[in-house]
Design a binder for this molecule. Structure first.
Ligand code: FAD
Ligand code: PHB
Length: 391
C-alpha cells in the first residue's frame, strides 16, 4: 500500500487532518486500531473553542454542529456556596464556546471522509514505523501489511505507537501527574443551569456540563486509584448535590438515569519537538492537558491546522520551511494551554488537605478572578481560545 500521508489514529486530530488534506488535493490513508462503532461512541470532551467551530464550519463539516451544538457566552465559578458568572463573550471580544460532544465531531468527520471517498481503515492497528530518517517511511500494521508514504502523521493519542517510534533520547518529555482523577457521567436529566458550572468545594471539585436539553454531563474529583465499583449511583448523586449546593439553597441539581460513566486520570504532558524526521506528532500523541481547561480536543485541532498548511506547502511547492517550523509553532500554543489548564486545575481542585496555606491561596485567587475584570478577562480569553496568530 502507498499514500502521500499515512495518518495513524481516527480521533479528532487524524480525521480532521485527513479532511483538510483532502480539500487541498493531498492523498492520505487513515489507520484506526478500533472499530467505527467504538470511536463514534467514545465519550470524552464537549467544549469547542470558537476557532475549532470556525474551522469545522469553513470546511463544510459544521452543519449538525450548528443545529445541535449549544453556544455559551458565559460560565459560572462556584465557591463558598456562591456562584459568580464570568461573561466570556463580553470579556473576550465577542467570542463564544460551543458545547457539542467530541464523539459527534468524530461522527461528522467520518461521514465526510467516507462521502468524499477517502481511505479510512478501522481495525487497522499500526505496530511500528520505520525509516523515519529517509524520505520514504513505512508503517507496519498488525495484519502484516505495510503502508509506504512520504510523511507519517502520528495522531494516535497518548497510548499510541507514534511517539515511541522516535529513537530514545530524541524527544524531551515534560510531565506532571496530579493526585486526583475525574469521574465523569452522562445522565438522562435536563441541565440544571444554562451554563457550565465549575464548583470548588472542601470535598473536592465538581463540574456541571451538558450535551443536550435532555442530557447532563457531570464530573467529580475522585482519588486517582478510585474504581467505578466504589461509586454507586447514590454516592455519585449525593456527592454532586453536596459539592454543587449553594448557600441560599436555591440551586436544584436534576438527577436522572446514569447511562455512561468513566474515570479519567489527570495529567499534564508534553513531548518536544513534535517531530522526528518524517514523523509529525499531533494532538494527544504529543501532549496531554488536564480536562479542567476543556482544551485537549481544541489543541488537537490547532495542531492539525498548522500541519495541514505545512504539508500543503511541501506537496505543492516542495517547500519544507513550514514543516521545519511546525513543532515550534505548535509548542507556543501548547505551553500557553498547558499553563492555563494547570492554572484552572490548581485553582479549582481540592489539593493537599494538610496544607491550609494552599487552601487560603486558592480562595484568594478565586475571589480575585471574580472581582477583577483583568483577571476574569485572562480566564475568558484563554477559555474561548486564543487566535492561532495571537499565541
Ligand atoms: P484520540 O482521540 O485519543 O485519538 C487517537 C486515536 O488513535 C484513537 O481512536 C485510537 O484508537 C487510535 N490509535 C491508538 N493507537 C493506534 C495504533 N497503534 N494504530 C492505529 N490507531 C491507533 N478533554 C476535554 O477537554 N474534556 C474532557 O472531558 C476529556 N475527557 C477525556 C477522557 C478520556 C478518558 C481521555 C483519554 C481524554 C479526555 N479528554 C478530554 C481529552 C480529549 O478527548 C483528547 O485531547 C482528544 O481526544 C485528542 O484527540 P486525538 O485525536 O489527539 O487523540
Ligand atoms: C464536558 O462537557 O465534557 C467538559 C466541559 C468542560 C470541561 C471538561 C469537560 O472543562
Amino acid at each position: 500500500m502507498d499514500t502521500q500521508v499515512a495518518i495513524i489514529g481516527a480521533g479528532p486530530a487524524g480525521l480532521l487532518l485527513a479532511h483538510l488534506l483532502q480539500r487541498a488535493g493531498i492523498e492520505s490513508m487513515v489507520l484506526e486500531a478500533r472499530t467505527r462503532e467504538y470511536v463514534e461512541h467514545r465519550v470524552r470532551a464537549g467544549v469547542l473553542e470558537q476557532g475549532t467551530v470556525d474551522v469545522l464550519t469553513e470546511t463544510g463539516v459544521g452543519d449538525r454542529l450548528h443545529r445541535e451544538g449549544m453556544v455559551h457566552r458565559g460560565l459560572e465559578l462556584r465557591f463558598g456556596g456562591r456562584g459568580h458568572r464570568i461573561a466570556l463573550s463580553d470579556l473576550a471580544g465577542g467570542r463564544a464556546i460551543t458545547v457539542y460532544g467530541q464523539q459527534e465531531v468524530v461522527k461528522d468527520l467520518i461521514a465526510a471522509r467516507l462521502e468524499a471517498g477517502g481511505e479510512l481503515r478501522f481495525e487497522a492497528e499500526a505496530t511500528a514505523i520505520e525509516d523515519l530518517d529517509g524520505d520514504r517511511p513505512v508503517v507496519r500494521l498488525a495484519s502484516g501489511e505495510e503502508l509506504g508514504c512520504a510523511v507519517v502523521a502520528g495522531c494516535d493519542g497518548f497510548h499510541g505507537v507514534s511517539r515511541a517510534a522516535a529513537p530514545d533520547g530524541a524527544l524531551a518529555v515534560y510531565e506532571r501527574v496530579y493526585p486526583f482523577a475525574w469521574l465523569g457521567i452522562l445522565a438522562r436529566a435536563a441541565p440544571s443551569s444554562e451554563e457550565l458550572i465549575y464548583a470548588h468545594h472542601d470535598r473536592g471539585f465538581a463540574l456541571h456540563s451538558m450535551r443536550s436539553p435532555e442530557i447532563t454531563r457531570l464530573y467529580l474529583q475522585v482519588a486517582p486509584d478510585d474504581e467505578l465499583e466504589a461509586w454507586p449511583d447514590e454516592r455519585i448523586w449525593e456527592e454532586l448535590q453536596t459539592r454543587m449546593a449553594t448557600r441560599d439553597g436555591a440551586f436544584a441539581l436534576n438527577e436522572g438515569e446514569i447511562f455512561e460513566r468513566g474515570i479519567a486520570p489527570m495529567r499534564s504532558f508534553v513531548a518536544e519537538p513534535m517531530r522526528h524526521g518524517r514523523l509529525f506528532l499531533a494532538g494527544d500523541a504529543a501532549h496531554i492537558v488536564p480536562a479542567t481547561g476543556a482544551k485537549g480536543l481544541n489543541l488537537a485541532v490547532a495542531d492539525v491546522r498548522v500541519l495541514a498548511r505545512a504539508l500543503r506547502a511541501f506537496f505543492e511547492r516542495g517547500d519544507e520551511a513550514e514543516l521545519d517550523a511546525y513543532s515550534d509553532r505548535c509548542l507556543r500554543r501548547v505551553w500557553r494551554v498547558q499553563h492555563f489548564s494547570w492554572w484552572m486545575t490548581q485553582m479549582l481542585h481540592r489539593l493537599d488537605a494538610n496544607d491550609p496555606f494552599e487552601g487560603k491561596l486558592q480562595r484568594s485567587q478565586l475571589e480575585y478572578v471574580v472581582r477583577s475584570e483583568a483577571a476574569a478577562r485572562t480566564l475568558a480569553e484563554n477559555y474561548v481560545g486564543l487566535e492561532l496568530e495571537d499565541v
